[in-house]
Design a protein around this ligand. Sequence first.
Ligand SMILES: [Zn+2]
Length: 390
Amino acid sequence: MSTYRDLAHRGSARATVLRTVGTRERRSHLTAPRVPTVGIDIGGTKVMAGVVDADGAILETLRTETPDKSKSPKVVEDTIVELVLDLSDRHDVHAVGIGAAGWVDADRNRVLFAPHLSWRDEPLRDRLSGRLAVPVMVDNDANTAAWAEWRFGAGRGEDHLVMITLGTGIGGAILEDGQVKRGKYGVAGEFGHMQVVPGGHRCPCGNRGCWEQYSSGNALVREARELAAADSPVAYNIIDRVHGNIQDITGPLITELAREGDAMCVELLQDIGQWLGVGIANLAAALDPSCFVIGGGVSAADDLLIGPARDAFKRHLTGRGYRPEARITRAELGPEAGMVGAADLARLVARRFRRAKRRRVERHERYERYAAQARGLSRTGSTGGAADRD
Ligand SMILES: [Zn+2]
């Protein structure tokens, strides 16, 4: 009896999930309409918006600064709406995809938390689709970047792929069989906060010894500045380059000097790369993908970083020598990956319509909202009546 009830319950729960997801969101990239869509990448400092066609080609890009953390969620929303309206003056926009640096819930509607913005449990998708009158897709920026690399970049043809984005911290995403694995609550892929050194460096997340404290742009710059501040002889070259202003030492400068053969900078990138390889070996133990794609600003160092990462990976992989080894490769799409991926994921929820029809679509959507509201009202009315009769 209880078994039956359990089954029935499970069945209805499944039905609910299918209903809420909707047909359009269950589309695969193979059956999605081949229409141009807008992708928006909201990072810590910049918002990038672009029109992308079905083959991943960027037709136009706009950039603006990310509104300050102190600004209300409405200001960020206004920024997005302005960018989309600007682009839709020159292009047919069939859907809008957003890749945000933050945690997005499993329904991909609400941004639970974004460290650089004022979003706290913000129902971004519903707000924007109400204002833009086109379907809107919201996802984490690491997921959208991974999707782009899988569709158009370094991960083409792979069915088990893990992407690692080395920026100021570490972002991550898991792709399996043509689907982004987001976890039950939508926040899978936070690899940067796996502990790799017990009691190690303090991380802004509140813990100590997180992976991104050893393998990221911030870690690279921190180490270089530490050596420069200690006036170490190995740092004389970089101190000269910034005329003694240690705060001017940046990741790109370290990469540039390493390319010129500066011993300290080469060594620092080796350290970062080695920690990268250790973390990748841990991920391989858990997820066993066929390919790791390394993206983000720090990946510009290319073989200076990825070479040491490959060596460390081989040394730390569990079962080494007795198993196939995953490929480690550099991302191909560059800083536009997040935007391209967001646009392509948006095609999964896109509807075809022409600009000329836009007014009609807007009118129809307004009517739908009005009708839904009216239905909601009549339903509460009848429940109220039933309650009265009781
Ligand atoms: Zn952390």
